[in-house]
Structures are given as C-alpha cells and as structure tokens.
Design a protein around this ligand. Structure first.
Ligand SMILES: C[S@@+](CC[C@H](N)C(=O)[O-])C[C@H]1O[C@@H](n2cnc3c(N)ncnc32)[C@H](O)[C@@H]1O
Length: 311
C-alpha cells in the first residue's frame, strides 16, 4: 500500500473521485478504506502474492520469489515482537490475514486481527487460521477481549491511514501518531514488544508529471491518508516505546511494487474484461508511480522493533 502526497495544488481538482479531503479534519474513514481494499478480493489476488500481503516484502537473497520475501517480512516482525508458540498477539490493520497466516505457521498462541475493511474481514474469517479471531474495528475503539494484555503487537503499514494531508498541514501529525502509540501501549504486557512497519515519505519529486502521479495515487487509490516521515515516528513513540532496532526497506519496497506491476500486466486482458480498462489503467499508473517513488527516494519503508517502556 502506498500513500504519498506531494504538496501540489494545481492538479487537485482534476480527479473525479476526489472528495474534498483538503478541508477535512478526520483521517481515513471506513468508506475510504473500503475504496482502497474492497475492489474485489479476486482482483487483488491476481497480482499480490498467494496470501495477499499488501505491504513491502523483505528480500533476503538474489532471485527470491515474492511469496518467500513476504514470509520473510512476517518472520522479521514475529521476531521483533518476540512472539512464540504460546504468545498472544494483536495485528493492527491485519489486511486479508496474510501476516497472521504466516506467523500462525511459525507458532503462536491466540492471534487477534482488526481491520476497517469488510471485504478483508470476510476473507480473514474464511481462511480459518488456527487460534485466530478477527474484528471490523477502528483501532481507536479497540479494547482487548476481557481486558487481557497481549504478549506482542504487530502493525504493518496501517499508520499511513491515520493523518490526512489537512491535519499534517495543521501540524497535528506527531500528536496523532503519538496517540496511536499511546493506545497501543495500553494493550501489551509491561515490557512487551511491537513489530512495526510503515511506508515513509522522504523527498518531493521535481516534475509536474511525477507530482500529479503521486497526487493521483493519494487521491484515487488511497483516499484519506498520508505517509509519515521517519522523524515524526521517531518523535511519536515517546514516551511509550523504546526503539530497539530500526531498518529502512526502500529497495525492498521497490522490488515488491515492481513485481506487483509485472503480475498486474500479465493479467491485463482478464482485468480489463472483468473490472474495465479504467481500473487496469489506474492500477498501472499507481504501481508505476510506486516503482519510481522508491527508486528516486520520494518514499521509503521502515521496520522497527519497539519495546514498551514499563515505568
Ligand atoms: C495497507 S493495508 C495493510 C494490510 C496488512 N497489514 C498487510 O500487510 O497486508 C492497511 C490496513 O490497515 C487497516 N486500517 C486502516 N485504518 C484503520 C483503523 N483506523 N483501524 C484499524 N485498521 C485500519 C485497513 O483496513 C488495512 O487492513
């Protein structure tokens, strides 16, 4: 997933599906999340990996498949969260259940997942992953069943939905991220760990076309959100979490999105027949923009091992 808004104004009104997010003071709503993820599970399964991770993979060796690289990503976060066969975990923004499926195979106690998307929730439940339970739930409203704290938390590229461009311009981003990290800290046992991953926005492109392509992605494919800057996240974890380890994954996301684009293009005829030429063209534009964004340092990705500060 990719939400990187460039600070450009002139082309904003050219997108038919814009919905006045510029003046809004709320972040991604359920309706906006449904736009991003509910096109159809069959559509996404044509170009994501077999489990449908919609986030950066981690490539550990030359020639590795997307499927293996996605498993590597989940294993890294499993280790960051210090999970194991008897440990309980919450996956915040669990998508179609891919991460919980992988960590369940690695060995886990109870695994809970929350998503805002109805289509994702239905798919998570349909997968019948052992010891797993899922909810359609905004993280702001989440309370663990029976008030029980988790051993660990995982969240993969969900935080990019929390701050709108308007909120960022008002200087609210760090406060909103800090409130997210505070809330998460109430769900883990003292000293518990958090395997966290986020897309980042870094540099601003220089050409009008590149700016327009980024704005298109933010407005049409992922309305309502904005990628954080690394320094905002580093500031916002305080005073609740210590950053124990941090790795940027820009090159990995470049490879991941290039592979998504390759698979999308292999399915051109089927996608045009079933979902229409506009959908195909929009997703080619979006994924091509992602590939350029990671190659040119407009965007990056970060994985962090966080530990709850239990003072
Ligand atoms: C880019 S997807 C990533 C999904 C999954 N983590 C993965 O790796 O494939 C972002 C996820 O965050 C969820 N999400 C967005 N805003 C949310 C919120 N306020 N509360 C809970 N989940 C949210 C979406 O429903 C979606 O499942």
């Amino acid at each position: 997933m990719f939400v990187s808004r460039a600070p450009v104004r002139s082309e904003r009104t050219t997108f038919e599906s814009r919905n006045n997010r510029e003046t809004a003071v709320v972040t991604s709503t359920k309706d906006e999340v449904d736009i991003a993820y509910s096109l159809s599970n069959d559509f996404f399964s044509l170009w994501l990996d077999e489990r449908m991770h919609y986030t950066s993979a981690v490539y550990e060796s030359e020639g590795e498949s997307l499927e293996q690289a996605q498993k590597n990503k989940s294993r890294v976060l499993y280790e960051y969260a210090e999970l194991g066969p008897t440990k309980t975990v919450l996956d915040i923004g669990c998508g179609w259940g891919a991460n919980i499926e992988v960590i369940s195979a690695l060995g886990i106690g109870d695994a809970h997942g929350i998503t805002l998307s109805t289509a994702q929730y239905d798919e998570c439940v349909a997968r019948k992953i052992p010891n797993s339970k899922f909810w359609i739930m905004d993280y702001k409203d989440w309370e663990p069943p029976h008030g029980e704290k988790y051993d660990g938390l995982v969240s993969i590229e969900m935080i990019d939905h929390l701050v709108s461009p308007a909120q960022a311009r008002q200087g609210l981003a760090i406060d909103i991220y800090r409130e997210y990290f505070r809330k998460c800290s109430t769900w883990v046992k003292p000293g518990g760990h958090f395997g966290f991953q986020a897309i980042l926005r870094n540099r601003v492109p220089r050409t009008r076309k590149d700016l327009q392509d980024l704005a298109f992605t933010a407005d049409v494919i992922f309305p309502g959100g904005l990628n954080p800057r690394l320094e905002e996240l580093v500031a916002a974890v305080n005073p609740y979490w210590e950053i124990v380890e941090l790795k940027t994954r820009r090159v990995h996301y470049g490879k991941t999105t290039a592979e998504w684009l390759r698979r999308l293009e292999l399915n051109e005829t089927k996608i045009k027949n079933e979902w229409g030429t506009q959908v195909y063209d929009d997703y080619v534009r979006y994924l091509s923009t992602c590939v350029r964004a990671f190659a040119n340092h407009w965007s990056s990705d970060v994985q962090m091992k966080l530990q709850h500060i239990a003072l």
